[in-house]
Design a protein around this ligand. Sequence first.
Ligand code: IMP
Ligand code: MG
Length: 176
Amino acid sequence: MKETLVTLIDEERIKWKVEKLARIISFEYRKKTPVLIGVLNGASIFMADLSRKLTMPIRVEFIKVSSYGKGTTSSQKSKIVSLAEGKIKGEDLVIVEDIVDTGATTRKLVSFLKELKPRSIKICSLLDKKDCRKIPINIDYVGFEVPDKFLVGYGLDYRQCYRNLPYIAYMRKARK
Ligand code: IMP
Ligand code: MG
């Protein structure tokens, strides 16, 4: 079996949406200096684009979480691997995610970060696989709702590949 990629969200639509999210976040945090917490590795590209469109001062941190292993279904056993050191106590946090699927990773992250006593925590996810949710999570800023398909590109990987695609695609298995 060979996979073919089918574009779901093209580069232009991503760009437009990132700018829109940035406008909303910039307005809501106009009097604050939030700490954006990017979830590695998937959110790295979204974080780079989103953060550069924000108009207020921000801090950028990254957190490493492992969840999927090598397959295409969520293991729901996400583990916090590391958080780049930086002051979190009393800060306004915005978690920047590539995608929320079952919600396990986001729940883990929120409870981990709450322990560090920030002033507030909000969640921004470019993609929301709503139909796959097993844990109710309120995402404050959502880019696109997406279907229950395995997606790659714009940070999302399949076995660590395809993260650098400038668009988001799903994989269709095709017989050779
Ligand atoms: P959750 O814990 O089930 O919500 O899964 C969240 C994590 O799984 C995301 O941060 C992604 O890293 C990964 N993930 C979920 N869906 C996809 C997908 O369609 N393609 C690639 N990675 C995904
Ligand atoms: Mg991720």
